[in-house]
Write a protein that binds this ligand. Sequence first.
Ligand code: 5CA
Ligand code: ZN
Length: 417
Amino acid sequence: MKSWPAPFVPAVPGHGEPLRLFDTRTRSVRPIDAGPVARLYVCGITPYDATHLGHAATYVTFDIVGRVLRDAGHQVEYVQNVTDIDDPLLERAARDSRDWRDLATSQIDLFRDDMTALAVLPPDELVGVVESMAEITEAVRALVEAGTAYRLPVPREEGAGEDVYLDLAQTPSFGEVSGWSRDRMTAVFADNGGDPERVGKRDPLDPLLWRGTREGEPSWDDDLLGAGRPGWHIECTAISLHHLGQPFDIKGGGRDLVFPHHEMSAVQAAALTGDDVFARRYVHQAMVGYEGEKMSKSKGNLVLVSRLLADGVEPMAIRLLLLAQHYRQDWDYTPDLLEAAEARLRCWREALSVNHGEPAVATLAAVRAALSDDLDTRRALAAVDGWAERTLTAQWDDASAPGLVARMVDAVLGVRL
Ligand code: 5CA
Ligand code: ZN
């Protein structure tokens, strides 16, 4: 489907350093070590409600990943999915008496507007599940034919077809992405889209690959599988394999996706390809909360990007608000944090309006060093703060410094001043 317009990325002299990021699978900071083309897959939205600050944090984090990789000399091939058919979308559409397709389309449009306002670099391919049905059914069929998936009749009162599950007992790499114990997996599975209670499953954790059609639910026909719709995790497996191939460099998303979503996506890919390395690195954005709880569409404790924009908050202040937090540390939104970001934006602008500034080469190097070091955006912002403060409090004679800082801040932090 259509992505959103790409912001212009100014050129900056020299190159950034090779990127290192915390990899969830190995639980350590690792070099990304991509080839000339770095391949990135980030789990996209389920379009049943508008973009909140948690989503924005995730997409701004991977936007910075893309900018730093480019600055270090890579080309970036970036794929993001859109879960435009799944239970939460159907439930919300039913609750609001709306057609699920209209709901999805309207929320995807809003998401594009929010991403554009925040100057987030668009994925090269934004891929919906509905438009990927052929790739997804092909993957499920291959698993059935290989005997790594099994079918269960849909309970008679719900429908007449069959559900399809992956047989985890045949996927020895299960558990390697999250590193979680079985108890910990069991504790969250049901709350994260899983159905451990489904009668007849070989293992309560076996992920649903294909949901046989139910009364009143949309479905797609398939000769082998029968009418139905995809389970959640197989969409990201099939879309990544089709658009990027395996292994790709970075699989990203919020930390709420570590288990089951990224674990299951990876074991399904291993079952399909016979190769355990799905993504070389798994990178996760910590959870953004509000009023003491994870911000989530299902709880409704949302601070929407579109609401802040409608209230007159500048998009670049929202970006600075997000960049002032480390991507690996949970944080709660408070209005004070937004005020601090607005003050920083004013200070940077004031410093850039001075005709002569402190020579900026060292600041550029400090920003690059901070970002390549596990995306230390706080340290990067502090380096720019230091330059702005010194520029505003002393006499300097470097006429090119403000321009260089403006281009650097735009190129690697995505902040337009
Ligand atoms: N469509 C699936 C992924 S395939 C999904 O999780 N959609 S979502 O709309 O619920 O979330 C979109 C992205 O935002 C995901 O990467 C998710 O991990 C991330 N996310 C959701 N809530 C938060 C939060 N409170 N803080 C940080 N990131 C979040
Ligand atoms: Zn996903």
